[in-house]
Design a protein. Structure first.
Length: 102
């Protein structure tokens, strides 16, 4: 008889706790991207290849944001607009879209 009361209490506790977990845990809400850091853009290096300044930006490493300083990159193969990284929601959840050229 005592074991039945313990089992019933345990089952009730598990049901209560599982209901609490479902109510308090929701979909992942990504943290806001921090403000951009101020950068001093240096003069470009002298090269035979045309260069374009790729501004510094935040990247998500799976647990937090990491600042990637700006750098000159070859202009060939890049668009005219640099898009900072951002979070995008889809049917399966949130995905980090890394910074890229458009």
């Amino acid at each position: 008889m005592r074991h039945a009361h313990i089992a019933l209490a345990l089952a009730g506790s598990i049901a209560l706790l599982s209901g609490c977990v479902n109510e308090t845990t929701g979909p992942f809400t990504p943290p806001p991207v921090p403000p951009l850091q101020t950068e001093v853009i240096p003069n470009p290096p002298v090269t035979a290849v045309p260069l374009i300044w790729q501004p510094g930006h935040w990247n998500w490493n799976g647990s937090g944001y990491v600042w990637q300083p700006g750098v000159y990159v070859p202009q060939d193969g890049h668009g005219n607009l640099f898009m900072p990284g951002y979070w995008q929601q889809s049917a399966t959840g949130w995905a980090w879209i890394a910074a890229h050229w458009l």
